[in-house]
Design a protein around this ligand. Structure first.
Ligand code: PLP
Length: 345
């Protein structure tokens, strides 16, 4: 049986041969002592790519977002975020469980933005009945909204609003390099207005493990302490960071290929009866597909049938599936995926 075409997520990406080689050769030391040269190099490189003073290598995007919120907020403070955000939906309530941070949820628009008026209206005054609003979180690309891209201009507007009220802005930039690739601009411009940003090395960039949290030197110093509190201080982590360096140096510029293949796949799917594109043409590497209302099958059943044809997809809800394009999916795999859809339909 041929190998499964795994479109469930871009997290399934295995390291490239160049990464394995770099991992094998990595110079390492004790990173809790600050002595791992490869981790130090990755953190500096990540900070430089995002135009921030400092970086912190963390185990996952979830951990990066959690540390950011715990660094910006105190117990009982409030963080404002979208109702479809990863931090609200998919991080196991960590900010509340571990930080006693109150999540203030605002509606995400279909393009992944939150209306400026909604953000403005969410800020509380000093009335003792209210929690103290401390932080706003944006997500770029916005996963659940369809891999949509927040523009530089929008992020700047939110930044001005947030900073004008003395608050902080965090960017969940798990796929920030996909956003930059889609806009054809430097990722630095996209995160210039934010105080902190997390991005994933282990998604489209193909590294096996890890994310980097970036911000000012003072912020990262404090974040480093919180990473230790959470048990995230790793030792010879340069073995992992080495793959992250290859990810940043070699895998960023090729993300446009994943976006091209997402459109290729979407165009093919759009011609089929029985399914439709949930959000229209995919802006980045994520393709969402809805089953038609009269479908005899749930998305779960549809996905199971696709798997029998050798194609793995993610089930988002009872009528929607998601397909993530990534390094290990070539044009032929896109073609085979379309054939599998035809057979299942
Ligand atoms: C994947 C993802 C994360 C972090 O995920 P981990 O699996 O913890 O690395 C955070 N935000 C968004 C939008 C994501 O897609």
């Amino acid at each position: 049986m041929p190998e499964i075409i795994d479109l469930r997520s871009d997290t399934v990406t295995k390291p490239t041969p160049a990464m394995r080689e770099a991992m094998y050769r990595a110079e390492v030391g004790d990173d809790v002592y600050g002595e791992d040269p490869t981790v130090n190099r990755l953190e500096a490189l990540a900070a430089e790519k995002l135009g921030k003073e400092a970086g912190l290598f963390v185990a996952s995007g979830t951990m990066g977002n959690l540390i950011a919120v715990l660094t910006h907020c105190q117990r009982g403070d409030e963080a404002v975020m979208g109702h479809l955000s990863h931090t609200f939906r998919s991080e196991a309530g960590g900010i509340s469980a571990l930080g006693s941070i109150f999540a203030h949820i605002l509606p995400n628009q279909p393009d992944g933005t939150i209306l400026l008026d909604d953000i403005r209206g969410a800020f509380r005054g000093s009335d003792i009945h209210h929690p103290l609003t401390r932080l706003v979180i944006l997500e770029n690309t916005h996963n659940r909204c369809g891999g949509t891209v927040l523009t530089e201009e929008y992020t700047r507007q939110v930044g001005d609003l947030v900073h004008g009220s003395g608050l902080k802005l965090h960017m969940d930039g798990a796929r920030i390099f996909n956003a930059a690739a889609a806009l054809g601009i430097n990722a630095r411009a996209l995160v210039d207005p934010v105080d902190s940003v997390t991005f994933c090395l282990s998604k489209g960039l193909c590294a096996p493990v890890g994310s980097v949290l970036c911000g000012s030197t003072a912020f990262i110093d404090q974040a480093r302490r919180i990473r230790k509190q959470l048990g995230g201080g790793m030792r010879q982590a340069g073995i992992l960071a080495a793959a992250g360096i290859v990810a940043l140096e070699e895998m960023v510029d090729r993300l446009v290929e994943d976006h091209r293949r997402a459109r290729l796949l979407a165009h093919g799917l759009a011609k089929l009866s029985g399914v439709q594109l949930t959000n229209g043409e995919p802006p980045t590497n994520l393709v969402f597909v809805s089953l038609e209302a009269n479908s005899q099958r749930t998305a779960r059943e549809f996905a199971a049938a696709l798997l029998l044809m050798g194609v793995g997809v993610d089930v988002v809800n009872p009528t929607t599936i998601r397909l993530a394009l990534h390094y290990w999916i070539d044009d032929q795999a896109v073609e085979r995926t379309l054939q599998a859809f035809k057979q299942v339909i």
